[in-house]
Design a protein around this ligand. Structure first.
Ligand code: HEC
Ligand code: HEC
Ligand code: HEC
Ligand code: HEC
Ligand code: HEC
Ligand code: HEC
Ligand code: HEC
Ligand code: HEC
Length: 335
């Protein structure tokens, strides 16, 4: 067995030497190209390895081993989690004794919150998978959306479909999109095309401003928020995904971070421990986290306990629709 695999490696190496004598790669990374840009935490990778290769493929992200796969089919397709900033993805082919080949590429994950990650470095650019025709994939995956993908979703009467494998053609490649604690309604039922348009350019682009897309279902919120005198800066920008992951996340409301961490990214001062009370009642400041919320039973006290993250008729975006700080205190303290 060992001899056979040794031989096959020799054959592979011989077979992969081009006529000119230059070494060709054994593995082919079909997607993504080096130096692409992503928005969220998931990356799909497609790679082919000759069937003759008897060994394993080891995938590392930023130096940490992520997964190991056997060479049991020509096309290896998998997904990995990526962090904001530059991620180095390294793919190694190993036989019983040696590393036979290693290929490395980088992806940049954008982040609104870290100034140096807001724009990609000069050599990186956004690539789009779905603008090309992929004959290499269509043998095993359905590449065009079907009627099942196009069924409209209403926010009323919405129910999670938990029976069997979804009919959506997006599922076979994008199933990891649901691998978080909180999954957004339309994503949980694979209504991907309620936000991504199959006839957009580039294919599956989301209309801008994004809020318009969100409001097609969140009609109540649109009515309420847009009628208020003060709309929170980032909400007003129309980019709901500054704070919400449109697909899923490990935080309630699919927030990209815990509420407190999210708010202090932009409002650094409010997280210093001196908020609300300092100089007035004490030097300690009012707690802003790690206490139970006395009004919203079962929830933790956070910035959203006192401020509406979206809109209000009063400055400082008071929660509960109150007019001033004094009224606000009474909501939690006068009992
Ligand atoms: C030989 C058949 C075959 C070909 C060709 C193929 N795939 Fe796959 N792919 C599969 C199978 C089977 C799965 C499901 C694997 C599983 O459930 O673990 C899959 C899963 C995936 C996934 C999801 C992986 C994950 O773990 O989240 C992605 C992404 C993917 N394929 C992309 C592609 C792309 C892009 C191509 C073309 C470049 C392609 N595939 C070609 C068979 C194939
Ligand atoms: C053959 C596998 C495959 C199928 C089927 C598939 N996708 Fe993708 N998709 C990918 C890969 C690979 C990428 C690029 C890497 C990534 O986004 O992680 C991608 C990227 C995307 C993107 C980002 C923009 C782009 O073009 O790179 C969107 C949006 C998207 N897919 C939506 C969909 C929707 C909606 C469906 C179903 C109608 C679908 N995909 C079906 C493999 C697939
Ligand atoms: C509620 C609206 C919404 C739904 C539903 C939705 N998406 Fe998205 N998706 C977005 C937005 C917004 C973006 C960011 C687009 C941009 O940057 O231009 C995005 C981006 C993506 C990307 C690119 C990821 C990256 O890191 O760059 C992929 C892949 C994707 N969506 C796949 C899907 C799939 C598959 C489904 C169905 C399960 C789906 N989406 C459902 C709103 C949605
Ligand atoms: C196709 C309809 C649809 C679109 C478009 C849509 N949503 Fe939703 N959304 C739902 C449904 C249905 C629910 C309720 C199910 C659930 O809680 O997951 C929901 C729930 C939510 C919740 C949690 C509400 C709660 O009280 O728990 C948030 C946050 C949210 N959506 C944000 C967004 C954002 C941001 C966008 C735009 C990027 C968007 N939605 C676009 C259908 C939609
Ligand atoms: C500044 C960050 C931020 C932005 C931008 C933002 N949200 Fe939210 N959103 C939150 C937080 C925080 C919560 C959870 C509040 C709580 O704990 O009650 C939330 C809750 C929600 C909810 C569920 C509760 C409710 O009020 O109905 C929906 C739906 C929602 N957001 C939709 C949207 C949409 C649509 C947009 C874009 C127009 C948007 N959000 C923009 C931070 C934000
Ligand atoms: C992406 C950056 C960003 C994030 C994240 C963010 N904000 Fe803001 N916030 C702003 C901007 C910009 C303004 C408008 C400028 C101003 O009025 O000071 C603002 C204004 C405010 C105001 C009104 C200030 C005043 O003096 O009237 C409050 C209160 C506030 N934000 C609370 C929050 C809370 C609570 C969160 C978390 C749910 C949050 N913000 C998350 C950028 C952000
Ligand atoms: C217990 C209620 C409460 C909590 C919790 C709370 N705030 Fe405030 N916030 C207030 C009050 C009261 C003011 C007005 C202070 C003033 O006028 O001096 C305020 C003012 C603000 C302002 C306006 C600028 C300023 O400092 O006057 C911002 C921005 C803000 N808060 C953000 C946040 C963020 C971010 C968090 C979470 C880290 C948070 N708040 C948590 C009650 C609260
Ligand atoms: C959303 C509910 C809420 C609002 C609104 C609120 N508080 Fe509090 N407050 C709390 C909680 C929770 C604690 C912590 C109680 C504990 O330690 O068990 C607290 C503690 C305090 C304390 C004691 C501080 C300490 O160090 O122990 C004071 C004083 C106080 N609040 C004053 C105020 C004032 C003044 C306002 C209005 C500007 C206000 N609170 C608004 C929930 C609230």
């Amino acid at each position: 067995m060992r001899i056979r695999s040794f031989l096959s490696v020799v054959i592979l190496i011989l077979a992969s030497c081009s006529v000119a004598g230059g070494q060709e790669k054994m593995m082919t990374i079909h997607y993504p190209p080096d130096k692409t840009v992503m928005e969220f935490g998931l990356l799909n990778v497609a790679l082919s390895v000759p069937e003759e290769f008897e060994g394993k493929i080891v995938i590392s992200v930023n130096g940490l081993e992520e997964k190991e796969i056997l060479n049991d089919r020509v096309m290896k397709c998998f997904s990995v989690y990526i962090e904001p900033g530059i991620n180095e993805i390294s793919i190694a082919a190993k036989d019983a004794r040696h590393e036979v080949e290693r290929q490395t590429f980088s992806v940049f994950r954008r982040s609104e919150f870290v100034s140096k990650f807001r724009k990609p470095p000069a050599s990186f650019k956004r690539e789009f998978f779905h603008v090309s025709k992929w004959d290499q994939c269509s043998g095993c995956h359905t590449m065009e959306p079907t009627e099942a993908d196009k069924k409209p979703l209403r926010i009323t009467g919405f129910s999670k479909d938990t029976t069997g494998e979804p009919a959506s053609t997006c599922y076979s490649c994008h199933k990891a999109i649901q691998s978080y604690a909180y999954v957004h309604g339309p994503v949980s039922v694979w209504a991907c095309l309620s936000c991504h348009e199959s006839d957009a350019a580039p294919c599956y682009a989301v209309k801008k401003p994004e809020a318009q897309t969100c409001y097609t279902c969140h009609v109540e919120q649109q009515k309420e928020w847009t009628s208020k005198k003060f709309i929170h800066g980032p909400v007003n920008s129309g980019k709901c995904s500054i704070c919400h992951n449109p697909h899923a996340s490990d935080h309630p409301f699919f927030l990209s971070k815990h509420t407190w961490d999210l708010c202090v990214q932009c409002h650094v001062e409010s997280g210093t421990g001196q908020h609300v009370l300092a100089d007035v009642y004490s030097t300690k400041g009012h707690p802003t986290r790690d206490k139970p919320d006395p009004v919203r039973i079962g929830k933790e006290l956070t910035c959203a306990s006192c401020h509406d993250p979206h809109a209000s008729d009063f400055p400082k975006l008071w929660a509960f629709g109150v007019e001033n700080a004094f009224e606000l205190c009474k909501k939690c303290h006068e009992k």
